[in-house]
Design a protein around this ligand. Structure first.
Ligand SMILES: [Zn+2]
Length: 371
């Protein structure tokens, strides 16, 4: 990854380059942005820049041995840590050996990807992923080893928010006093949920969302048709990853499902809703989140419409549905339904029972719609 492959964010790129030129590279840096932003690509581009043998004024060369190996995430002095399934100590090596090639593919194919994309790629959609105590031990090992090639040694920690307090505490000392030429690049999508012991020991690198125009251009550059790219960029809130996933998913099935669900709530069809929550619980964590996120995005557009503004909608059919739906329900009920769906996804992220969460949400929505 080179800086030039990341749209916009030129001030940040300049700052990172300048820190190197002034010999002021902080040993522990936390690249923080929302899911779908360029936080991970930026950390990778920075790692390439620092290790490149033929840097230009503002970027890595992209073709020296170090650049090529970093692009494939196979550089022996770059150690990868990321959420994965937990394993007994005796099975840790095996779990690592299986997870790392998939993680490499995930990063190469979808550098703007989020946790959902990763769990799908990893094939562990129903498991809780974490950065475990054993991962921390592995980090200590990484740090104690000499750099293989004598240059920087980099620990890339993707989503440190998945460390529990015990695994985080285990690395505090090395975060604070690393051996020479050892760098920690942490990439977080949830800065606020990180332990203060971590944030206080790292320098914050704030990765902002891109502009709508940058997202659109990026999607076009990736082969998206211009009008589709335009619509996806409008919904993406500056997150390239979100723009890509909106542009790539056919919306019709999710869309019909949502209409059907709202109709069941409207008609107090409990048999249908119970069945729906069962199907929901069987669909796997990533699909569950995607279903709720889809509902939330639609409801948000309906709220916008009901408040008299024009929502950024994707297609003619969506426009007409949102128009009718929001006229029928009105601002207040839509806003409540929107808030309830947001709460449900938070519960889900905290590992509530998916069937009960979905059924409770449906029952709450019945009350709102018929209240
Ligand atoms: Zn290079």
């Amino acid at each position: 990854m080179q800086f030039s492959e990341i749209p916009g964010l030129s001030e940040l790129k300049k700052q990172l380059v300048s820190a190197h030129k002034r010999g002021k590279v902080a040993h522990a840096q936390l690249f923080a942005g929302r899911q779908g932003t360029a936080a991970l690509p930026m950390a990778l581009a920075y790692a390439s820049y620092l290790m490149c043998e033929n840097k230009t004024e503002a970027d890595s060369c992209g073709s020296c041995a170090n650049c090529v190996r970093i692009k494939k995430l196979v550089h022996p002095d770059i150690h990868l840590h990321f959420p994965k399934i937990s394993a007994a100590e005796s099975k840790y090596e095996k779990v690592m050996a299986e997870a790392i090639p998939r993680f490499r593919e995930f990063v190469m194919e979808t550098p703007f990807g989020d946790l959902e994309t990763w769990t799908k790629k990893y094939g562990q959609e129903n498991k809780n992923l974490l950065i475990s105590r054993q991962d921390s031990r592995q980090m200590l090992k990484n740090v104690s080893m000499r750099s293989v090639e004598g240059g920087y040694k980099i620990l890339l920690i993707w989503m440190p928010e998945f460390m529990n307090p015990s695994s985080a505490n285990a690395i505090l000392k090395i975060l604070e006093e690393p051996p020479e030429k050892t760098l920690y690049l942490l990439v977080s999508y949830s800065y606020d949920s990180l332990l203060a012991t971590i944030t206080s020991r790292t320098q914050l690198v704030n990765v902002s969302p891109n502009t709508e125009g940058e997202v659109k251009d990026y999607l076009i550059q990736k082969g998206m048709e211009s009008s589709k790219a335009d619509q996806a960029a409008k919904l993406a809130e500056g997150k390239i990853g979100l723009g890509l996933s909106i542009a790539n998913t056919g919306d019709s099935q999710e869309y019909e499902d949502f209409q059907q669900w709202m109709l069941e709530c409207w008609n107090k069809n409990l048999t249908g809703l119970v069945k729906r929550s069962e199907d929901f619980s069987k669909s796997g964590k990533a699909a569950q989140k995607s279903t709720l996120n889809f509902a939330i995005a639609l409801l948000r557009n309906a709220v916008v419409h009901a408040s008299g503004q024009t929502p950024p909608v994707q297609s003619e059919s969506e426009k007409s549905f949102i128009g009718k739906f929001s006229d029928k329900l009105g601002f207040e009920r839509l806003e409540k339904t929107y808030a309830l769906s947001n709460e449900a996804i938070i519960h889900l992220e905290r590992n509530s029972n998916p069937r009960i969460t979905h059924l409770n949400l449906s029952l709450d929505i019945i009350r709102v719609l018929n209240g």
